[in-house]
Design a protein around this ligand. Structure first.
Ligand code: BTN
Length: 322
């Protein structure tokens, strides 16, 4: 049923506004015209506006502004990510939900919510997630050791950067998990895992992207340091296209991550970095370290040159520009 729906949406989307007959659809989908009509009615009940013109056929007028699986899948060009999409109108947190299904879910399963009620950021901070954003978690099952899991945060950042560039923005990466545009945060990444001592069972890669809403929807204390895609571009962007592009880019980087040495991705991250070369203060639960960010390590840590010229690798912490 779902595959036929996806094919039907693809067919309806490719007609350049011209009607497509029930007979033609039926032939392509190998179903009867009565079944075509049933699928059309089911789509209409979900909020698709489809005009039925007697004797001519069907025209897709508009689709719901919702990241419905069949809509995302109709535009996806991936083999691993998004073959299973769990869409929710509202969730507390897509990462939390993803963790409840991850053990038995297949690699690449995507959890998406239109709104999150208790979105989580790093270090227990809240992540405010109004309608119009992209709140998404991807379940990955790479054969890696737990120490390498942080690399996936960098991989996620690279994918977001490419998708933002493709819509005309000029993003940069702030270690460890932020994507910035014009120095303001537009995306945060929360990577969580379940692991044994020497083996990762699964990773949940949570991406929060401020897309079609105004910064004034965010808590006052973070408004100055945050931005959204629509604020930057002065217009709304197609959320579906953005998510398809994101999953495509993420899959390309993920395949690279699984099959090639990490150095190349590390170099790419450094090329897009806003952090390397800056004087920073890193705050961890146990200490505070000042220094100059001089590189990224193979484990995804930040390499700091301290004031006494010694170097230290910091694996995680809050990064404050001095
Ligand atoms: C941060 O910058 O602190 C990370 C923010 C991560 C937010 C995303 S939104 C989708 C996923 N679900 C969550 O609860 N958090 C992540």
């Amino acid at each position: 049923m779902e595959n036929k729906k996806i094919e039907l949406i693809r067919l309806l989307s490719q007609t350049d506004g011209k009607p497509i007959s029930g007979e033609h659809i039926g032939r392509k989908l190998e179903i009867s015209r009565t079944m075509v009509w049933k699928y059309i009615q089911s789509l209409q009940s979900q909020g698709y506006s489809i005009i039925s013109s007697p004797g001519k056929g069907y025209i897709l007028n508009s689709v719901p502004d919702s990241l419905l699986p069949e809509l995302v899948q109709a535009g996806l060009e991936t083999d691993i990510l998004g073959t299973d999409i769990r869409h929710n109108a509202e969730l507390e947190s897509t990462n939390d939900y993803a963790k409840t299904i991850a053990k038995y879910a297949k690699e690449g399963t995507v959890v998406v919510a239109e709104v999150q009620k208790k979105g989580r950021g790093r270090k227990g901070f809240d992540w405010v997630s109004p309608r119009g954003g992209v709140w998404i978690s991807i379940i990955l099952k790479p054969s890696i050791v737990p120490a390498d899991a942080s690399r996936l945060t960098l991989v996620g950042g690279l994918a977001v950067v490419d998708s933002l560039k493709s819509i005309g923005l000029n993003p940069s990466l702030k270690w460890p998990n932020d994507v910035l545009v014009n120095g303001k945060k537009i995306c945060g990444i929360l990577t969580e895992m379940e692991a044994e001592i020497d083996r990762v069972e699964y990773i949940v890669l949570g991406l929060g992207i401020n897309l079609n809403f105004n910064t004034d929807m965010l808590p006052e204390e973070i408004q100055d340091g945050s931005t959204t895609i629509s604020d930057e571009l002065g217009t709304y962007v197609d959320r579906l296209e953005f998510v398809c592009s994101l999953l495509y880019n993420l899959e390309q980087y993920y395949i690279h991550f699984k099959t090639q040495p990490f150095e190349e991705l590390m170099e790419r991250w450094i090329d897009s970095s806003d952090t390397i070369g800056r004087n920073v203060r890193i705050v961890t639960p146990s200490k505070m370290v000042d220094g100059r960010a001089i590189g990224i390590t193979l484990s995804g840590g930040l390499l700091l040159q301290k004031n006494d010229s010694s170097t230290e690798e910091i694996m995680s912490g809050r990064c404050i520009y001095s």
